[in-house]
Design a protein around this ligand. Structure first.
Ligand SMILES: Cc1ncc(COP(=O)(O)O)c(C=O)c1O
Length: 457
């Protein structure tokens, strides 16, 4: 009897090691919810192990998104991960923190001192851009209708260097997209070309500080002058929305004198990704208006089913509060001095990489001295155009570096891009350079295809 009971106990999965239990050899239901429950340790291990096949976030040089935060910030994230940001009545201090961060950003972006600050956190820059442009579409409709003019053919003027979310806005919200094409040697907005596309139905003009493709900066000051001139000459009241997804939290620290923000009269709204150079894990973004009057009241909903009346201006209702809190942590913890030093390090490393590439016999950077810590580069000489092969070779070492072609009319240019985030050290970049050389070697000396041996008799 005793022996048999022992035997039954050893078959009990709760006593087996994770790898020794029967779930280890069982097919799992992965596209349907299974009928049975499974032990937590086994499920954890199975999912954990599958995810080991993902790329390593630290080596993901394609991503602009933060992959490292301080332990104290992570602690705050863990402590607050259960909070829904929308429950402002239940979590009033969280609501207050969101409010403070919007004010900190408005101040950083030089909102006029008399401004009635308006803005919101979002899941990222995409949501922030959609919301900002929706506000400009609505304001344009209000202006047109009150002047007794038709408001059914809105358009949006941008450069070909904008992120796909701008096209999404145009398609989702029925706005004609008027895109200024790039040219083989110009990868940012041409202001003259933009002006030619603006008319009385233009709801906004977009400009990017830190394009996704090259990290370059649109000529915002020049654009502002041109749009001001149109107002003087034609009376068109056209706002500029700045896509500061990356640059919005770099330029204020690295180039405080550069005027791209609310110091320019036509800049009425700015988005920034907290989860990029705001140094927070995904997903948090921010939208800040120059003044409350830039956000039509119609778009702000008041709800009272969470306990008290609250205002909401987001596309999504619920979102996680933890990353908003982490943003607040970074602003308090680093201050301007800390952000400046992080950005200076990142840019110094980016410039180191760009410099090495500029003297390389086969690579060339788009900018030898990039303004932002983003290095776009390409192959020169006989291998030009084979950038995706380099990207595949680099992947074998673990590096994730994207290769992509530029939008029209620069589609003959293929680039590789490295985003030098806070955690990308000089040593890592030197290792990357070595692996770039080895990848190039494979392109130059492809492995010889040997004839198969004749079968042995
Ligand atoms: C210039 C620019 N705008 C918008 C976005 C979209 O940002 P998010 O991923 O925060 O939604 C990106 C993302 O890389 C970007 O580079």
């Amino acid at each position: 009897m005793l022996t048999r009971r022992r035997h039954r106990q050893t078959r009990d999965d709760s006593l087996s090691t994770t790898y020794g239990n029967r779930f280890f050899t069982k097919d799992l239901e992965t596209f349907r919810i299974g009928e049975e429950s499974l032990p937590p340790a086994s499920v954890y291990q199975i999912i954990h192990d599958e995810l080991e096949l993902d790329g390593n976030p630290s080596l993901n040089l394609a991503s602009f998104v933060t992959t490292w935060m301080e332990p104290e910030a992570e602690r705050l994230v863990r402590e607050n991960i259960r909070k829904n940001l929308v429950d402002q009545n239940e979590y009033p201090r969280t609501g207050e923190i969101q409010h403070r961060v919007v004010h900190m950003l408005a101040d950083l972006f030089h909102a006029p001192p008399e401004a009635d600050i308006a803005g919101t956190s979002t899941v990222g820059s995409s949501e922030a851009i959609l919301l900002g442009l929706l506000a400009h579409k609505k304001s344009w409709q209000i202006r047109r209708r009150s002047a007794g003019k038709p408001a059914d053919r809105p358009n949006l003027v941008v450069g070909g260097d904008v992120h796909v979310v701008w096209d999404k806005f145009a398609r989702y919200f029925d706005v004609e997209m008027r895109t200024v094409p790039l040219s083989p040697g110009r990868f940012t907005l041409s202001v003259d070309e933009a002006v030619r596309r603006i008319d009385e139905n233009t709801i906004a003009v977009g400009a990017v500080v830190g394009t996704t493709f090259t990290g370059q900066i649109d000529p915002v000051e020049e654009l502002n002058e041109a749009v001001e001139k149109l107002k003087r000459e034609k009376g068109w009241d056209i706002p500029i929305h700045i896509d500061g997804a990356s640059g919005g939290l770099i330029l204020p620290f690295l180039e405080p004198e550069r005027r791209w923000d609310f110091r320019l009269s036509r800049v009425r709204s700015i988005n920034v990704s907290g989860h990029k150079f705001g140094l927070v894990y995904p997903g948090v973004g921010w939208l800040v208006f120059r003044d409350r009057s830039d956000l039509p009241d119609d778009l702000v909903f008041r709800v009272d089913y969470l306990g008290a009346e609250e205002e909401t201006y987001t596309l999504n209702f619920s979102s996680n509060a933890a990353f908003v809190i982490a943003q607040y942590y970074n602003f308090l913890r680093l201050g301007k001095k800390g952000y400046r030093s992080v950005m200076e390090n990142a840019r110094a490393n980016a410039r180191h990489l760009a410099k090495k590439l500029s003297v390389h016999r086969m690579f060339e950077p788009v900018d030898e001295k990039p303004a932002l810590p983003i290095v776009a580069f390409r192959l020169r000489g006989p291998h030009a155009g084979r950038e995706s092969e380099i990207a595949s070779e680099l992947r074998k070492y673990g590096w994730i570096v994207p290769a992509y072609t530029l939008p029209p009319d620069a589609e003959n240019t293929t680039l590789l891009r490295v985003v030098v985030r806070e955690n990308v050290s000089r040593q890592m970049l030197d290792d990357l350079l070595e692996h770039l050389d080895r990848s190039l070697d494979v392109l130059e000396n492809p492995p010889v295809k040997r004839k198969p041996h004749p079968p042995l008799c």
